[in-house]
Design a protein. Structure first.
Length: 135
């Protein structure tokens, strides 16, 4: 019960409080709003249109970038979450049954990933782009 109430309250705040489109965002100045609208793709939904159409979906699936994006995220999900959820079991089955040893063995995969995350985050804020970061 205690774990369920905060997400429900936060979802209501997000649903009613967050803007849907740049046109309806109260926190943006007109200059920022114009900049964002200029950067959006021509097929991006807008606050003035008010509905979604299948032409947008057709344009999306005619672009080869969509398929590479789908493949990338499927591999990322399977690989990332697969390791996260199955690695502790594999380590336990290898005989590392104490908590300290099993956590130490889990750090082998999570430490480099954390370092890459920090480097990727800092590259976006310092404008240094590393070869492994995806802008």
């Amino acid at each position: 019960m205690l774990e369920g109430i905060p997400p429900i309250l936060l979802s209501m705040v997000a649903f009613f409080g967050l803007p849907d489109y740049p046109q309806t965002a109260r926190m943006l100045s007109q200059k920022e709003r114009d900049f964002i609208l200029h950067r959006l793709a021509s097929t991006a939904p807008s606050g003035t249109q008010g509905h979604w159409d299948f032409k947008t979906l057709k344009v999306y699936f005619s672009d080869p970038t969509a398929y590479t994006f789908i493949i990338y995220w499927r591999c990322h999900g399977i690989g990332g979450f697969g390791i996260t959820y199955s690695l502790p079991t594999v380590i336990y089955q290898l005989g590392f049954t104490t908590t300290s040893l099993s956590q130490l063995m889990n750090m082998v995969t999570f430490a480099p990933t954390s370092l890459l995350d920090v480097a990727n985050f800092s590259s976006h804020h310092t404008l240094l782009v590393f070869s492994f970061s995806i802008p």
